[in-house]
Design a protein around this ligand. Sequence first.
Ligand code: HEM
Length: 425
Amino acid sequence: MAHPEADLLPELQEIDLYDPERYRTSSQHPAWARLREQAPMWAQHTPDGDRFWSATRHRDVAAILMDDKRFSSEYGTILAVAKGDIAGGRTINLMDQPHHARVRLPVMRTMSTRVSRERKERVREHVRRAVGDAFSSGEVVDVAAFAIHLPLAAIGDVIGIPRELWPQVPRLAMAGVAPGDPTYSAGGESHTLNNAHLELFSMFSELIQERRRNRRDDVISALLDIDFGGRPLSDHELLLNCYSFAMGAITTTPQVASHLILELCRQPHIWRRLRADPGLVPSAVEEALRWASPTNHLMRRVLAPVRVAGVQLEPGELVCTWVASANRDSAVFDDPDTFDPGRTPNPHLAFGVGAHRCIGGPPAQVVLAVLLEEMLDAVQEMSLAGEVTHMRSNFINGITRLPVLFRPRPGGGAAVGAASMASSR
Ligand code: HEM
């Protein structure tokens, strides 16, 4: 895809980064390109009248996310809760130091790079079950529908969610993040959200009770044993943290798979290049992360006076860092609007950066690599087979429908997976 031409970029007064509907019907990349160029810190109001600044350049986004002393996560990190998140201070992603480290450090070991790579073949078995015969049936498959099952293949065991519950959890999680999207909404937005919360919280509540009796090597058990400044996490804090891990995984990982497959359909030469050189799988996964940037933005609240891109910010102000924009910044990436599966280095910010950098990055990278390896083994060619629909959300860059026809590769083999596994070490 070519770089958006300057005369096709919207004027500043036409830009609205809040309106969720715009993300469903069009790309915001031209707007972000205009802002990076002309207004790298740009103020807008939410429909409720709360002003937020938008940072769109890679260097400003990275600087803000790295500076957790002056930019707080406790107030809330998504625009939808610009009035303040009720879970603030009580769950890992919405905590400042020292509370944050008390939760993060004990849990990290369950999904480190080493542990995640060691689990790769188990993840492959789960992926095969989740994908079924999607690649070989010769029928049109909705990739978005099977991709939502990838996160639990990667991390269901690690969080501690029993396998019999894996089929229903992803849809509830998606309803939790996009209750207004027609794909997940049932009986209205607030009913959908309440129902998703009720179901997920009661599932985790039972699992927590069970782990109180029998600890295992999983996230739920690790959370139960946390020393949270001289006390354990309360029942409510435990629930909120379990929810954060499930949501963190399920709302993001599938989007990388869907955006990658969409691009492979649109640009068959990328697929041919990957087939010719399966050693590109690890860099292709990183490029897919940059390209998809599943979380469009991460919000922070200013704690102390600070200047960003010439703008003076005062305590209490809200700043939205647009990760999706930073990942297309030509100051950092050559040809940022070109999907290059061999791109190295690739300093994308899809997992964030700094103290809150995604804790689930390693398992996400493993499951995406496995998916691509499985496709290389099984698929000859693929093509779009219907309309693609996007999620109505300013937070998640989601695809809700992606009909694809996969043409199976005659007599697929195991050699491809082995080649790319060797190069990912
Ligand atoms: C491609 C997949 C993923 C993407 C793009 C992604 C993206 C992100 C980003 C951008 C952050 C930083 C949030 C912030 O700074 O406010 C984050 C944090 C987090 N992610 Fe992920 N995530 C992915 C997969 C996962 C998985 C598989 C898990 C499951 C364990 C997970 C759980 C979390 C948690 C718990 C946090 C909060 C970490 C902290 O505050 O210390 N994510 N993720």
